[in-house]
Design a protein around this ligand. Structure first.
Ligand code: ASP
Ligand code: MG
Length: 389
């Protein structure tokens, strides 16, 4: 038999076969949110969807959130024990949620005859800074994930968690599993990242609040970033930022639908037209305190707004693990250049919504409202901005 090293013809043939194998075996990352794995039956559905993707010829990395309401339940337990639980312990505690779902999903996939292995954030090489509860990913070294794929396994990675350079378990802030999925996609050079939830993509507003919200088929990443920053729960803001930074191809799909349905999110700027309405419903307006006074919750401060009686802070209560005094408010943001550049549209939205305060950027108009008015204001803003059916 000819030695491929000394026979250029057969060497070329070997290379072609290798290239064909790579082309057929695209690596993809799929992230499943907590509601998609809330019960054993749903977890098994996810396992089947993953196995379908494997049978379609892909190498699959799965990032999974904690089952259902687990993270909230763990945080509630901590608050029963102490009004101000330490952040280091909180991170170790909540990281358990994703360990439960990742191991069970690996078992469910193996039960369908496909080899799988699960990994914690630390085992997956998700290296973060030291900021407990809202850590930033600084590096990804997915050696073990890659090895699992090379061995023909599905690699399951615990979302939302990482490890600091000092070996401390950290978490990435609520909704952080999306970020895990995006940074892994970039580090592995995977073809795309599919974020699967119970909603079929990104809508012009939260369809549970605004019944005539429309599904968006293609949403440029910059517009997705603006919606996510404004509180849209479909995508975590940090994840969209990372997708922009690394040029990750994102798709948001419903777990119940076939892979590839939903909203595609290619790189691109915020469109001229109005694209959607998002709300950040769990904010507290804190007045009369400077940044120093909020140093303990700095990761949770969403914005400093100049007000008539000095700047006030809008703090996201979901990332505050202790007490915080202030007025319960929400923001409702209309994204799209036209809502700012067309004075008629701006006036129509303001007249329909009567906010406590409002401010505009080049691409969005944000309204500050009382928390209990947030749902009604989202419906009014959606209609006044011309997004209704
Ligand atoms: N389980 C975490 C949370 O509830 C992370 C996530 O779901 O993305 O925030
Ligand atoms: Mg989420």
């Amino acid at each position: 038999m000819a030695d491929p090293q000394s026979d250029p013809g057969s060497r070329a043939a070997v290379q072609t076969t290798a290239e064909q194998k790579t082309a057929a075996q695209t690596t993809v990352v799929q992230k499943y949110g907590g509601s998609s794995v809330a019960t054993v039956a749903k977890l098994q559905e996810v396992a089947r969807r993953v196995v379908d993707t494997v049978h379609a010829g892909h190498q699959v990395v799965v990032v999974v959130s904690a089952m259902g309401n687990t993270t909230n339940e763990l945080l509630a337990l901590a608050r029963q024990v102490s009004p101000r639980p330490g952040r280091r312990e909180l991170d170790l505690l909540v990281s358990v949620g994703e360990r439960v779902s990742m191991t069970l999903l690996a078992m469910a996939i193996e039960d369908l005859g496909v080899p799988a292995a699960s990994f914690t954030g630390s085992q997956s090489g998700i290296i973060t800074d030291e900021r407990h509860v809202s850590a930033q990913v600084i590096e990804v070294r997915p050696h073990r994930v890659r090895r699992a794929l090379d061995e023909g396994r599905v690699a399951i990675v615990a979302g939302f968690q990482g490890v600091s350079r000092h070996g401390e378990v950290t978490t990435l802030g609520r909704g952080g599993s999306d970020t895990t999925a995006v940074v892994l996609t970039a580090a592995l050079g995977a073809a795309w990242c599919e974020l699967c939830s119970d909603v079929d993509g990104v809508f012009t507003a939260d369809p549970r609040v605004v019944p005539d919200a429309q599904r968006i088929d293609v949403l440029p990443l910059d517009a997705a970033a603006a919606l996510a920053q404004a509180g849209s729960k479909v995508l975590a803001a940090d994840a969209v930022e990372q997708a922009r930074r690394w040029g990750v191809q994102l798709v948001a799909s419903a777990t119940g639908n076939a892979s590839g349905s939903g909203t595609r999110l290619p790189p691109g700027p915020v469109p001229d037209d109005v694209v959607g309405v998002a709300s950040d419903p769990l904010l507290v307006r804190v007045e009369g305190v400077g940044p120093d006074g909020l140093a303990g919750v700095d990761g949770a401060v969403r914005a400093w707004i100049p007000g008539p009686s000095g700047p006030f802070a809008l703090v996201d209560v979901r990332n505050v693990h202790g007490e915080l005094a202030g007025e319960e408010v929400a923001t409702v943001t209309v994204v799209g250049r036209a809502v700012v550049t067309d004075p008629g549209r701006t006036a129509a939205v303001l007249a329909a919504c009567r906010p406590l305060a409002w401010w505009a950027s080049g691409e969005a108009l944000t309204l500050l409202v009382r928390r209990e008015d947030a749902a009604a204001v989202q419906r009014a803003a959606h209609a006044a901005a011309g997004l209704g059916a």
